[in-house]
Write a protein that binds this ligand. Structure first.
Ligand code: EPZ
Length: 423
């Protein structure tokens, strides 16, 4: 197993290019199931989760030619409608094939994802939405068995009790091939949802309300879609993580190939901590703070502060002068990084879903364990400023969602290398 070894204390400088967004690419890849023609996707990040979903497409019978940031996908040959446990257990986002498989083939079986390190993460809202569209759903043997009504899924009005990114994506994809009009109320508004809406619209699906909490989709009545080449949007969470790398080391670095508007909430919080920014059309430079001030954060849905940036901002708060309060509202167990940050000398107390972070003067390198994707990146950030050597273990979590994290940080001047665990 690989681990990352970081010798802390180096200032960063220079420019880093942000990759395509994992969480935008996953639904886009799933949406290709709605097509029986070849589709080309570009700007895919080089991360394990993308390879996992592409592998699932090949297991369903699709043809995938993937190299670097480009994938040519031909789903005209799909001959299985079953997403097996072995793949779904590796990556929950595999559930995104449920809506498109059901819409295109009228039936499918998708393994239930089960538990997750950051919370229970049920999929009840995905299933309720599909049932509202006329699907019959049964859970048997750990699988969701879904069957569309005679003649295909039916457009309807769906009101989500909770804002759900994946639930909105599955419903959008199902609605694209349904009969008639589907209205999604209390839809998620994340840039990833906007990308999916734009991709469906580029194939001729009429969608009103893109980027708002009410989406209206006119289904094609079962006619498969033809997509033009689709370029994945920049990864706002990767970008936010590099802003935090600049912040925690109090360095000046520039991010390129970003969409600044998508990172507004993170920039606002870092501004309130004393950092300043130069924002270009597709670039952001973070400038050092005179004093790193504490911050109060509540994680909410887009455009509010994202749960996927909570751990990284907490790492920065660890070295601020004063006490920060960080409240996690989306996932009940997304604080696994707290005890690992404390192993590096942080002073964080947890009460319910709020962390009180008392800034400390210095951190000390230690062995720490990555527990989930974003928690892992927070540990790497802390390692950049910890005195001595920090070894971040179990980095397979990082590899699922960060494209060459150590290469990009090393190019900015960090002393970070990937090593193999000695048996
Ligand atoms: C997406 O997960 C992201 N994953 C997550 O990123 C991100 O943390 C999350 O959205 C919130 O922004 C992908 O895009 C692949 P949700 P998703 O459905 O879609 C509850 C990362 O680090 N809920 O919006 O699974 C749920 O428990 C990952 O890249 C239900 O109750 O999140 C949570 O409290 C981690 N029932 C809330 O809604 C449902 O049926 C939001 O979850 C679905 C969700």
């Amino acid at each position: 197993m690989d681990y990352l070894q970081i010798n802390g204390g180096k200032k960063l400088s220079g420019r880093v290019t942000i990759s395509g967004a994992k969480n935008a690419a996953l639904p886009v890849i799933a949406a290709t199931i709605l097509s029986d023609k070849p589709v080309t996707l570009t700007n895919l990040p080089n991360v394990v989760d993308i390879r996992t979903l592409l592998k699932l497409l090949t297991m369903l019978g699709g043809k995938v030619d993937h190299e670097g940031t480009v994938a040519h996908i031909d789903n005209s040959t799909i001959n299985s409608h079953k997403a097996v446990y072995e793949i779904v257990a590796q990556m929950r986002a595999s559930i995104l094939v449920l809506g498109p498989l059901l819409a295109r083939f009228g039936e499918c079986e998708v393994s239930l994802p089960g538990g997750c390190a950051i919370g229970q993460r049920p999929i009840d809202l995905h299933l309720k939405a599909l049932e509202a569209m006329g699907a019959t759903i049964e859970i048997k043997g750990g699988y969701v068995h879904a069957i569309a009504p005679e003649g295909g899924l039916k457009g309807t009005k769906i009101i989500f009790d909770t804002i759900t990114v994946g639930g909105t994506e599955n419903t959008l994809m199902a609605a694209a091939l349904a009969n008639g009009t589907t209205t999604i109320i209390n839809a998620a508004k994340e840039p990833e949802i906007v990308q999916l809406c734009e991709m469906l619209a580029s194939a001729g699906v009429s969608i009103k309300g893109t980027g708002t909490s009410e989406l209206t989709i006119e289904g094609t009545g079962g006619v498969p879609l033809t997509f033009p080449e689709t370029r994945i949007i920049p990864d706002r969470i990767e970008a936010g993580t590099y802003l935090c790398a600049g912040a925690i080391t109090n360095s000046e670095i520039t991010l390129e190939a970003v969409e600044p508007e998508h990172i507004r909430a993170t920039i606002d919080k870092l501004e309130s901590m004393g950092f300043t920014f130069t924002i270009g059309e597709n670039s952001i430079t973070i400038h050092p703070a005179e004093v790193i001030k504490p911050v109060n954060i509540v994680t909410v849905e887009y455009p509010g502060f994202p749960t996927d940036m909570q751990a990284q901002l907490m790492a920065v708060a660890v070295v601020a002068e004063g006490e920060s309060l960080i409240e996690e509202r989306l996932f009940e167990n997304r604080f696994m990084h707290v005890s690992e940050l404390n192993r590096l000398g942080a002073d964080i107390w947890l009460k319910g879903n709020t962390a009180a972070v008392k800034g400390v003067d210095r951190l000390y390198g230690a062995d720490v364990m990555a527990t989930d994707l974003r928690a892992s990146s927070a540990l790497v950030l802390a390692g950049l400023v910890a005195e001595g050597t920090t070894n971040v273990r179990r980095i397979y979590h990082l590899d699922r969602g960060y494209d060459d994290l150590e290469g990009k940080l090393a190019a900015l001047g960090a002393d970070i290398v990937r090593k193999k665990e000695q048996k």
